[in-house]
Design a protein around this ligand. Structure first.
Ligand code: MEV
Length: 309
């Protein structure tokens, strides 16, 4: 029997643009996906007592295919993450499942695991960056960039792109999440942006602009200049809106949260899902988000990446 868990994440700056090789900054959050795997009692694989459905459990299915697992398993899962919201639920599922599957076969280092997890996300979604899977594997603050710098962990390549993954000491931030309740699967929106990127120099310009903003955002985080971090979060949100990944409900929650915040933006995939505000007044921000119709959580980051247990 093997049991693993992995955290979700929020992206502070740079979602979507990171798929095209621009930098991004993320932190792991104190909400996890857990799974335990046993050799099956019966002659089919089960998940939480039901027959495994490869269509529905597509990340798990792809992880098993990638490692060539044919053995039948009884798998038990539980999660604190909202799926299809931009919290890194699919990355946490992929990372924890892969770790359990690897453990049944051979030992694996974090870098190989993060690379395989990225390949799984890429295959299921049709396009992806490694930010979610690397953050879920490593925990803490993660910066992805096209060049190597301090805190370098590993690089991940696909086609003509190289993402250098770095550990970064991001200060403790008071962040409040607001869930719109609008389900937004990552693959669909990532595919929409891929089309936009291919056909429009406007989309490519916005993505480059996000890249410049992320560098400044990372500097402001390092110097704990929260006013500047908030201002850049607002600006990142404007650029994401121009890319077409905001949503009327996100805009409402973001406007409500800004009254008590340094800044606010969608985080993760957008198109619904969740927003995030940086604030000194988490209770007031929570209230404002809830009054505007969202479900709010005060967020705690974690340095705990993938673990056995
Ligand atoms: C989703 O959490 C982040 C995106 O940038 C997709 C990705 O990086 O794979 C939208």
């Amino acid at each position: 029997m093997v049991t693993c868990s992995a955290p979700g994440k929020v992206i502070l700056f740079g979602e979507h643009a990171v798929v095209y090789g621009e930098p991004a900054v993320a932190i792991a959050i104190d909400k996890r996906f857990r799974c335990a795997m046993y050799p099956a009692d019966g002659d089919v694989t089960t998940v939480n007592g039901l027959v495994f459905d490869p269509e529905k459990q597509n990340y798990l299915n792809c992880a098993m295919e990638k490692l060539g697992v044919t053995e039948k398993l009884d798998i038990y899962t539980s999660t604190e993450l909202i799926s299809g919201a931009g919290m890194g639920s699919s990355a946490a599922v992929t990372v924890a499942s892969l770790r359990c599957l690897y453990e049944m076969m051979e030992s694996v280092d974090k870098e190989t695991l993060a690379k395989t997890a990225f390949e799984v996300e890429y295959k299921v979604q049709g396009n992806a960056s490694p930010i979610d899977t690397s953050t879920s594997t490593e925990g803490g603050g993660i910066v992805v960039s096209s060049t190597k710098g301090p805190g370098f962990l590993w690089d991940i390549n696909k086609g003509d792109k190289t993402w250098n993954i770095h550990k970064s000491d991001i200060p403790k931030l008071k962040l409040v999440l607001g869930n719109t309740g609008v389900h937004s699967p990552t693959g669909k929106l990532v595919a929409k942006i891929k089309e936009f990127y291919k056909r429009s120099s406007y989309a490519r310009d916005i993505i480059n602009e996000v890249g410049v903003l992320v560098e400044r955002g990372h500097e402001a985080l390092k110097t704990e200049d929260l006013v500047e971090v908030g201002r850049l979060m607002d600006q990142n949100q404007r650029l994401l809106s121009c890319l077409g990944v905001s949503h009327p409900k996100l805009d409402i929650l973001i406007d409500a949260a800004r009254k008590h915040s340094y800044g606010a933006k969608l985080t993760g995939v957008g198109g619904g899902g969740i927003m995030m505000a940086l604030t000194d007044e988490p209770e007031e921000t929570t209230k404002a988000i809830e009054e505007a119709g969202g479900q709010a959580y005060i967020l705690t980051s974690t340095n705990k990446g993938l673990t056995f247990k």
